[in-house]
Design a protein around this ligand. Sequence first.
Ligand code: FES
Ligand SMILES: [Fe+2]
Length: 329
Amino acid sequence: MHEGLLNFWYAVEHAATLGASPLQVTLLERQFILYRDGSGAVKAALDRCPHRGASFRTGWVEAGCLRCPYHGWFFEGDGRCTRIPADQPGVPIPAQARLSMLPVVEASGFVWIFPGDAAMADPCQIPAFPELGADGWRAVSGSYRWDANFSRVVESGLDTSHAPFVHKPFFIHRDDAAVAPIEVGEDERSASCLVRTKPPKRLGLLKYIVKRDRDYSSSRLTCYFPNVNRIAIDFNWKGYQYIYFASNIPLSATETLTKWIGVRNFLPQRWADRNSVRNTVDTYQEDRIVVESQDKSLSWDRAQRDLLLSSDQLILAYRKRMTALLDQR
Ligand code: FES
Ligand SMILES: [Fe+2]
């Protein structure tokens, strides 16, 4: 894939998943190790020991240092090796005995790493998720994989016209699928639009909490470049909303791992979590069938020869912006 893709922040793990043990993640065909130091602060490094190349996956954290599982070397949070158990006392530690550390930030429910040129790693680029942890909002989370390029996965979350065809259980208006004109809003790090549809069929718990006779339902679809989707569904009933926030992690050109968090401001009870998770996973299963059937190169490559129409304007904005951003990186 394009080398310039390294110069972005990526949410690679749910912050809550990273506990006391080091955790390996894959991003753009490279392996990285995440861990928490003695103070609980998150650290990230290329997952390769400078001694003989072992992974830290089965290593551990001791006295705030990351320890290699192979010969037990100690690494400080800045990457320096400070102790080599096999050396006699007093033997100096070579300067090259150092991990390649990465910029890392814990924010918006995730651990974010910047795998490219650290000088370009401005944490202000990381999208906020203000509803997460706020009063009245309940969160669920999960992950799923796609045999697809991440750009196609992102675009499935920006697609305003597929719902009546792909998500039949919810959207029953196949004969009335015209998309109203879309107004795309853009800034340096995101593109979004508001989509208004007929109210979808109420399934699961929605049957009991959303009134039947409301006129419409709306969603704000947002992409934070290069790989985060935010889908805010407004049921237009008592202010009830469900917001899906997902990092579509490019493992390689042909594999994507989505780590998502969903928040709702209705039915705050734990027993209702299952319903939120099921609706999200069912939607993924429906999308997966079509998304995995698409070409596996970056969607904005000219070779794709896609024919984008006015109902695809948000996708077009995403492709234009990604092309421009990659030209700069
Ligand atoms: S490979 Fe890590 S200490 Fe030897
Ligand atoms: Fe979809």
